[in-house]
Design a protein around this ligand. Structure first.
Ligand code: ATP
Ligand code: MG
Length: 326
């Protein structure tokens, strides 16, 4: 089966400052990747059930569950990866522990898994993602064309993905170390990209700048910067003259008292200032040298229709690149 898109990417990690739209963008990207017959896994790791909320489904079990069909016949499955369940699955796999779940429950491993050193916890979470990326069916074909991760925020992403460094002190725990190493091979491969979602505001842009520097220093491949909630710029005259505003209001039959005119002029000035600020932030984002994708604010709540519109917008900007005609 061909990879979704022709850029060779199989693992898309979506990070960004809290509240900038990571979950929304990850879901839209999954839909864009699933178009025309793709099979895509959308996963989350923070126990927030953000995906279920977005797709308006019951909380996701630790089991891949279809949450959407994509235009052209593809599908998006979702998985909320939970460290305790990942630990049980992992132990069952590596030590062939049958009924590991019940034994572990008895000895309190569930609690262990949720209170273990963050480094080990991250190996369990990223290890499950790596397993989904690499999983093949009986014919040796990838089960998923692509995996999209709704990831921890920018401030924690490098550490989350850079698991080897964190577990090196626990290296004697053989299988954990080798699991971490195999995660690293996937994370640092050309099949992986970390995308950063930002708004055109000072704080999220600064986090994006810092986050990209950290990822680059850790040699983790950086993909796109997705500018979310982009204001639609509409042209204003260079100078707004009150007399013109009064005339314009009169010409459309709206009474333009002084207060109305002053209010409109002040609003226009504030709008102009916000647009100028956004333009400066956008210039900083573009200076980072990564491809930039713009997503407009959707009117109304983010339902399936809005997600599809966002997926269309991503695809129209070459993200993911159109599949090569075969
Ligand atoms: N392009 C958009 N148009 C309109 N609303 C949007 C858009 N993107 C995100 N939102 C809204 O903004 C809010 C935050 O988005 P989202 O939950 O995806 O952010 P997040 O980065 O995942 O947040 P958190 O850090 O809490 O996980 C949500 O209410 C979402 O519906
Ligand atoms: Mg979220």
């Amino acid at each position: 089966m061909a990879a979704a898109g022709n850029d060779g990417l199989r693992l898309h990690v979506v990070t960004g400052k809290g509240g900038t739209g990571k979950t929304t963008v990850a879901a839209a990207l999954a839909l864009a990747l699933a178009r025309d017959g793709g099979r895509v896994l959308l996963s989350e790791v923070e126990g927030r059930q953000g995906i279920a909320q977005l797709f308006d489904t019951p909380p996701l079990p630790y089991e891949e569950t279809r949450v959407a069909r994509a235009p052209g016949g593809g599908e998006v499955l979702a998985l909320a990866i939970d460290p305790a369940a990942a630990l049980i699955e992992y132990l069952a796999m590596f030590y062939h522990l049958r009924g590991a779940g019940s034994i572990l429950n008895r000895i309190g491993a569930i609690e262990f898994a949720t209170t273990i050193a963050p480094g080990v916890r991250d190996v369990l979470l990223t290890g499950k993602i790596k397993e989904a990326v690499d999983r093949r069916d009986g014919q040796g074909r990838y089960v998923y064309d692509a995996v999209v991760l709704d990831a921890p925020p920018t401030g924690r992403i490098t550490r989350f993905l850079n698991v080897t460094a964190d577990v090196s002190s626990l290296a004697r725990m053989g299988p954990v170390k080798s699991q971490a190493d195999s995660v690293q091979r996937v994370v640092r491969s050309p099949a992986t990209a970390v995308h950063l979602v930002t708004l055109l505001e000072e704080m999220p842009v600064q986090e994006t700048v810092d986050g990209i520097a950290e990822l680059r220093a850790a040699q983790i491949p950086v993909g796109r910067v997705i500018v979310n909630l982009r204001r639609q710029p509409y042209p204003l005259p260079a100078r707004i003259v009150k007399k013109d505003v009064t005339e314009a209001l009169t010409s459309v039959g709206v009474g333009g008292g002084k207060a109305v005119v002053d209010g409109l002029v002040a609003e226009a000035a504030a709008y102009r200032e916000r647009v100028a600020l956004e333009d400066r932030e956008l210039a900083d984002v573009e200076a980072l040298g990564q491809p930039v994708t713009l997503l407009a604010q959707q009117p109304g709540p983010i339902d399936r229709g809005a997600l599809l519109a966002l997926a269309d917008s991503l695809a129209a900007q070459g993200f993911p690149p159109a599949k090569a005609a075969s």
